[in-house]
Each structure stands twice: as C-alpha cells, then as structure tokens.
Design a protein around this ligand. Structure first.
Ligand code: T3D
Length: 259
C-alpha cells in the first residue's frame, strides 16, 4: 500500500507513502488515496483530516513513468483525470470537515493541486511548489485552474501555471499559497497540533464555513447572504453552538462535540 491511514484523537492522517519516487501518483495509489479520503469523510469519529507525504517530498504529481507507458500504449491519460483526480479533489473539497495539507517537501503538478484543494496548508521551510504541467505540455488539472487564482490572483496564477518555476516555501507564504511555514523538524508536530485543534472544534460550523466559502467563490453577494442565513440557522440549532454560548455566559471554556 502506498497510502497510509491512521486515526488518532479525531484526526485522520493520510500519508502518501512512495518516497523513492517522491510520492508520485500511480493508478493504484490514486485509488487508495480516494478510498482513504472517502473513509475519513464518512467516519463521524474523524473531525479533521491531515494529508502529508512520507520522506522528502509531498508529491511529485502524476507518475510520469506510468504516464509514458500509457502514452506508448495509445491509452492517452487512461481516463485518470476523470476517474481519479477529479473524485479526489471533490472528496476533499466537499467533505464536511476541515482538511489540512502538511506540505513537507516538493509539491508538483497534481501533487501541488492536491495541496491547493485542502482547506489549510502548513509548509516546511523545505517545501516548494511547482505547477509542472506546462513543462510537459499539459494544462492544469485537479482543480489548479480554480484554486490557484483564488489563492494568489489571476495574474500570479497565470505566471505560475505558464512558467512553472518552483516557488519556495517562504515565497508561497508571501503569495498566500500557504498560511504558515515552520522549520522542517517542527512540521509534523505543528501540523498535528493544528489538526487536533480543528478536530476539537465546532465541526458543523467548520463544514458550514467551508460550504459558504466555496459558494461565495461562484455566486453574488446577495446569493451568499441568503446561504449564510440558512447556514447560520443550521449552526444555531447545533448542540455545539448552544453549549458554547452557555459556556461563554458562564465564563467557562467551551467543549465541542461536533454535533
Ligand atoms: O495522466 C496524466 O499524466 C494526467 C495528469 C497529470 C497531472 C500531473 O501531475 S502532470 C505533472 C507531473 N509531474 C511532474 O512533471 C514533476 C516531475 N518532477 C520534477 O519536475 C522534479 O522531479 C521535482 C521538481 C518534483 C523534484 O526535483 P528534484 O531535483 O528534487 O528530484 P529529482 O532528482 O528530479 O527526482 C528524484 C527521483 O524522483 C527521480 O528518480 P531517480 O532518477 O532517482 O530514479 C525522478 O525521476 C523521480 N520522479 C520525480 N518526479 C517524478 C518521478 N518519477 C515519476 N514521476 C514523477 N512525476
């Protein structure tokens, strides 16, 4: 198995585990990744998901040896964008809980897109992002044409996608590609603390926040106001909201159960 899946303290950690090939994605690995993400999405005991890579890379994207074999065999992309990448990105973006990418090293092509699809990104100072598609004559996939301009603006997105030059962790933070950069030996601990904090938070409010942000990206202010009102009604009815409000009034620390 080139995907590891562990659950602890409400956090599902999904590790891309093919370090000798910089966690480049082959068909079986993509199927396993989709299965792991679906399992995390469906498990109510999981309240936050952490995606990271084993070894020195996050992921070098599509395995180009497998891809070259497919091209030689006349299979083109072998349907992988629709069959694997799109469902993976939909599962991350549509699951009703926060997903964090701990970017431990290089994230290239679909590997970068995978990180960009997550709700939060924390990077090691050794991380770098390479929108490597154009360098091999491909256009962006796995959502990069949607996520990247929303994170960095259309002009920078066009430059990153067309030139494909690697972006250092520090530059990624300046551009808004990642929200935090930490020393390499602190990444696992920092990412875990962040994930546990989210797993101990108001899961349904996070899900509503995630939905509102995605909706707002493609709708008018007026439409977003209507959705916010609906989502706020739903949040107001949660046990977590009612208990947290009572805790505030009683000057106590709120405890969230994700309900
Ligand atoms: O089916 C489809 O193709 C459609 C979907 C496409 C989505 C995509 O993801 S397209 C983009 C695919 N990815 C790339 O083009 C990235 C290719 N890799 C690189 O540009 C560089 O390797 C990196 C910038 C990622 C890292 O550079 P560096 O100098 O740190 O490492 P390296 O020496 O280049 O690579 C180390 C090993 O990993 C090396 O193997 P070796 O020679 O030691 O046996 C290298 O071949 C291997 N490797 C790196 N990337 C890939 C890979 N093997 C297979 N596929 C890769 N993508």
């Amino acid at each position: 198995m080139s995907i590891r899946y562990d659950v602890e303290s409400g956090v599902a950690t999904v590790t891309l585990d093919r370090p000798d090939a910089l966690n480049a994605l082959v068909a079986s690995m993509k199927a396993d990744l989709l299965a792991a993400l679906t399992r995390a999405a469906e498990d109510d005991a999981v309240r936050a998901v952490l995606v990271t890579g084993a070894g020195k890379a996050f992921s070098a994207g599509q395995d180009l040896r497998e891809h070259a074999d497919n091209l030689v065999a006349g299979k083109g992309l072998a349907g992988t964008v629709r069959r694997h990448y799109n469902p993976i990105v939909r599962t991350i973006t549509e699951m009703a809980k926060p997903v964090i990418a701990a970017v431990n090293g290089v994230a290239a092509g679909a590997g970068a897109s995978l990180a960009l699809a997550c709700d939060l990104r924390i990077a090691s100072e050794n991380a770098k992002f390479a929108m490597a598609f154009a360098a091999i004559g491909l256009a962006p996939d796995s959502g990069a044409s949607w996520t990247l301009p929303r994170l960095v603006g259309p002009a920078v997105a066009a430059e990153l996608l067309m030139l494909g030059d690697p972006v250092s962790a520090e530059r990624a933070r300046e551009l808004g590609l990642v929200s935090r950069v930490v020393p390499a030996d602190e990444l696992a601990k920092s990412a875990r603390e962040l994930a546990v904090r989210l797993a101990e938070g108001p899961t349904r409010a996070y899900a509503a926040t995630k939905r509102a942000l995605a909706f707002g990206a493609a709708h008018t202010l007026s439409q977003s106001l209507d959705l916010e009102a609906d989502l706020q009604d739903a949040c107001a009815a949660t046990i977590d909201h009612q208990a947290a409000t009572a805790a505030f009034v009683a000057k106590e620390r709120p405890v969230f159960h994700g309900r």
